[in-house]
Write a protein that binds this ligand. Structure first.
Ligand SMILES: NC(=O)C1=CN([C@@H]2O[C@H](COP(=O)(O)OP(=O)(O)OC[C@H]3O[C@@H](n4cnc5c(N)ncnc54)[C@H](O)[C@@H]3O)[C@@H](O)[C@H]2O)C=CC1
Ligand SMILES: Nc1nc(O)c(N)c(N[C@@H]2O[C@H](COP(=O)(O)O)[C@@H](O)[C@H]2O)n1
Length: 229
């Protein structure tokens, strides 16, 4: 697990149903067990930053801190929100705690300046990376320059797609939860426009499979191949 010259080491982690959904049509994403969440928090404690897309923040209102295990030297990783138009709410859990947990909001040049200043005034670091939407390669380069060596991406499907498509992911960890959710509009692990042909798909190498305490959850751990290093 070593950072690259121009970007941090990137791990995607998510929980999905057997039919590939990361949330139900009713936007319920509480899929995995407490045991699995303890594993996720351990992962959080081992990285420098946790990254999510703005939809995940608007829908889940996550905290993204380390709660279920002892943090590294009692500290939390930085939080990075990919938010082209600075839509994050000042009353969100992330913004409400940005004075005590380092918080980076990545926006595009199209973000409203007043919103950006408000977020900065609350204590978040707002960086402009990209014209119409956040340029993820530029963002990762900036994070690397700030000394961030490992990033854990915790969704959602659109962010996962953009990162995988651009070859910016090193590992993928998926907890397959023994439930079927269905729903054509329910979010899947990877959204976006998708690859036209199977041969264009991002290839993975299975490096580990773990069963979680007999509750039927299976954790699949892959290395992502042909990423642009
Ligand atoms: N079960 C699980 O492990 C998880 C489930 N979720 C669920 O996923 C859903 C949200 O996922 P999505 O709607 O796919 O949204 P997302 O959370 O991936 O956010 C995507 C949004 O980020 C912004 N963005 C800016 N620049 C971007 C870029 N270069 N690439 C991609 N996005 C960019 C855009 O506004 C875009 O619509 C929620 O329902 C949440 O509950 C989210 C995380 C984990
Ligand atoms: N690994 C995993 N399993 C699930 O079942 C989940 N619902 C998620 N969701 C991710 O964790 C965020 C919530 O974090 P906090 O508990 O608020 O710290 C959520 O927004 C997703 O990114 N992950």
């Amino acid at each position: 697990m070593k950072a690259h010259m121009d970007r941090p080491y990137v791990i995607i982690n998510a929980a999905m149903s057997v039919d590939g959904k990361i949330s139900s049509v009713g936007n319920d994403s509480r899929l995995s067990s407490k045991h699995d969440l303890v594993r996720v928090h351990r992962l959080r404690s081992m990285v420098d930053a946790v990254m999510v897309g703005i939809n995940t923040v608007l829908i889940d209102n996550p905290m993204l801190n380390v709660r279920y295990v002892e943090g590294r030297e009692g500290s939390n990783p930085s939080r990075v929100v990919v938010d082209s138009h600075a839509r994050i709410s000042p009353t969100s859990k992330i913004m409400s705690t940005c004075k005590s947990i380092p918080t980076i909001i990545a926006v595009s040049e199209h973000a409203d300046q007043a919103r950006v200043e408000r977020l900065r005034g609350m204590g978040a670091t707002v960086i402009v990376v990209g014209r119409d939407r956040v340029d993820l390669r530029m963002l990762l380069k900036w994070l690397r320059g700030m000394g961030i060596g490992k990033v854990l991406v915790e969704g959602g499907g659109e962010l996962n797609w953009s990162l995988l498509k651009e070859g910016l992911v090193d590992e993928l960890m998926v907890t397959v939860v023994p439930v079927v959710l269905g729903g054509r509009d329910a979010k899947t692990l990877v959204e976006g426009e998708g690859f036209l042909r199977v041969e264009e798909g991002r290839r993975l190498m299975l490096i580990d499979v773990n069963r979680m305490h007999g509750n039927g959850e299976v954790i699949l751990h892959y290395k992502v191949l042909n990423s642009n290093i």
